[in-house]
Write a protein that binds this ligand. Sequence first.
Ligand code: S3P
Length: 171
Amino acid sequence: MNNENIILIGFMGVGKGTVARALVKQSDYFAVDTDDLIESLENKKIKKIFEENGEPYFRALEKKCALWCENNIKNSIISTGGGFYKQPNIKKIGKIIYLQSTFDKILEGIQSSPNAKKKLKKRPLLSNLEEAKKIYNQRVKEYEKVADIIINVEEWDENISAKKILDLLNK
Ligand code: S3P
């Protein structure tokens, strides 16, 4: 049994937050974002946390956040950071929806957005695109493995993706 949450996972910039917002508009659900929770609690942007405290510190916060989600969040949408899928208790939190896209399409989406610079700047692991592609290639199979449902978001906009998710979950 899990807490009936809908958890969105996937690579950086694939549109987890955007799809979460569309889901909230199309349903009675409300949503939280794990990166937002961490940033507000630390009173620091993710980028600063990586710079000043290092990635292991961030991952420890993610772990605390995952445990907190398991024990406290019910019937909600949870949009996650791209590495959150590694949390060992993720299956206990809710149904896992993997938003799938190719690396090139994700980059295309970020680069064509009006605030492309900001989107790249706020993500420390996207500062070196060659390294980011390596991380993507390592993670692809792992995302698939942990997912309950896989939604290909390459060709759809967020409203269509959200509708598809709600239909698949009979919500
Ligand atoms: C990360 C993804 C980021 C953020 C952090 C680490 C990752 O979230 O949690 O920079 O390891 O993929 P987004 O997926 O929202 O960019």
